[in-house]
Design a binder for this molecule. Structure first.
Ligand SMILES: *Cc1c(COP(=O)(O)O)cnc(C)c1O
Length: 442
């Protein structure tokens, strides 16, 4: 690794300055996909499991009726937002901007409606199979019958969360009859806890950060075989649940007539916490679009845990406090001090770059999304809008484009802003976000 680039990146991290870091470990798909422990067939397997569960999901959640039990979001063309970002960030030609609207995913209201719900279903299927109660030609909506509810009720699902993961596990777990305990980190918003308590979920409040909340949850689960700990830092199920999005997005691209090839790359801007969600997407995007898809992780300047893990190569043995950072950010979904090693290792050859941005930029974009497209998102989501500026307007970003032989004009590429949460945020909280944004921008 280039020593000078690394020390300059670390300097910016320590000073909490926005950063574009090009991943020197990036490899073409021809050189890396076969070497990974997870394969394309694992994504397909996850998709098929979700298809099996679709009739059950439809019964549990009426909002899935029109989608036949499939939890999916729209790919929305956003010329208004593109024009606003182009103007404010000085990006002539930026026009092909799409929002992948996971902020509006039904059932859980965030991107966790993919990974979190999938992880619960995967476990429920395993318990059901092992019970011997599943007959041949089984319709999965039968899992809602009393004998299975009773079976699931013998188990407790446990999870550490900054808020949204807990919501998804709590909603799905309680719908099936599992007992659920959610260990909330100090960042978790009160309304998320309240929503869970209303569903009978045991909310355990911790006065420390996400990583520490997970340690505590894991400790309790290890001592009890009836507690299943859903381990966000190491879960293959969460990762694969997220990855399924790309199988579906490939179709959305085709329907929208979006061309993806070497001359027309696609940039995916992905908000990153512990790494599972953006990691699963990146893994599947490289399978779906090969070397024409460039995945870029977005983190707050005060919580760049994945960036730090990748730069140092230390992954979960690194943390942001060692760099003098505080973890203080209003992007609660991204407030993670220590990254997933499992995801970080997988990302080494797959990921194109990491960027960081300030909370004030996040708020600026949050307001822009509302004013141009009427979208109400969490600050974690709007952070993804910061991608193009760091890519095209920093020396490191331009160097990255040069090294990859990519066009310098933003008009030649498709830009996907992957929003991650927002639907369940109470209206008064959305308003408070906007008020804060307006004050910060004034
Ligand atoms: C969980 C979450 C993310 C990031 O996902 P990780 O798997 O933690 O990297 C981003 N935004 C929101 C709103 C989230 O809830």
């Amino acid at each position: 690794m280039n020593v000078k680039t690394t020390s300059s990146a670390i300097g910016k991290i320590q000073k909490a300055q926005p950063l574009f870091w090009a991943n020197p470990g990036w490899k073409p798909v021809s050189e890396c996909l076969d070497t990974l422990d997870l394969k394309y067939k694992d994504i397909v397997d996850a998709e098929q499991r979700l298809m099996r569960f679709a009739p059950l999901l439809k019964k549990c959640f009426p909002e899935l009726n029109e989608r036949d039990g499939i939890i999916e979001s729209e790919l929305i063309h956003c010329p208004g937002l593109a024009a606003k970002i182009a103007e404010d960030d000085g990006l002539d030609g930026l026009s092909n901007v799409y929002v992948k609207a996971d902020h509006a995913l039904p059932v859980a209201g965030s991107i966790k409606a993919r990974g979190g719900i999938y992880a619960v279903l995967h476990f429920a299927e395993k318990v059901a199979i092992e019970s011997g109660l599943m007959e041949e030609k089984f319709d999965y909506s039968q899992l809602l019958e009393p004998k299975f509810r009773k079976l699931f009720g013998e188990y407790e699902l446990s999870v550490g969360s900054t808020g949204n993961l807990g919501l998804s596990i709590g909603i799905m777990g309680s719908a099936l009859g599992f007992r659920v305990s959610v260990h909330m980190s100090i960042e978790a918003k009160e309304w998320k806890k309240e929503r869970l308590r209303q569903r009978g979920v045991n909310v355990v409040e911790h006065a420390f950060d996400y990583t520490a909340a997970c340690v505590e949850a894991r400790r309790i689960a290890d001592a009890n075989p009836k507690i299943h700990f859903i381990d966000d830092e190491n879960s293959v199920e969460l990762f694969l649940g997220y990855s399924v999005a790309l199988l579906r997005m490939k179709k959305q691209f085709a329907e929208a007539g979006i061309k993806v090839d070497a001359e027309h790359p696609v940039f995916l801007y992905l908000p990153c916490g512990v790494g599972g969600a953006p990691g699963g997407i990146t893994f599947a995007a490289r399978h779906a679009f090969g070397d024409s898809a460039h995945c870029i992780f977005i983190e707050p300047v005060q919580a760049p845990c994945m960036t730090v893990g990748l730069i140092t190569g230390k992954h979960s043995d690194s943390n942001i406090y060692d760099f003098g950072l505080t973890l203080k950010t209003d992007a609660d979904g991204l407030a993670v001090s220590c990254p997933s090693r499992f995801v970080g290792k997988l990302m080494e050859p797959l990921l194109s770059a990491c960027i960081t941005l300030t909370d004030s930029d996040m708020y600026r974009y949050l307001l822009a999304m509302y004013e141009t497209e009427g979208m109400e998102v969490e600050p974690s989501s709007s952070s993804a809008c910061g991608g193009p500026k760091m890519l095209y307007r920093t020396d490191e970003g331009i160097g990255f484009l040069k090294n990859h032989g990519l066009p310098f004009n933003p008009a030649s590429a498709t830009h996907v802003i992957w929003t991650t949460g927002g639907l369940f945020v109470p209206p008064e909280q959305h308003k408070a976000y906007r008020d804060k944004a307006r004050n910060a921008c004034a």
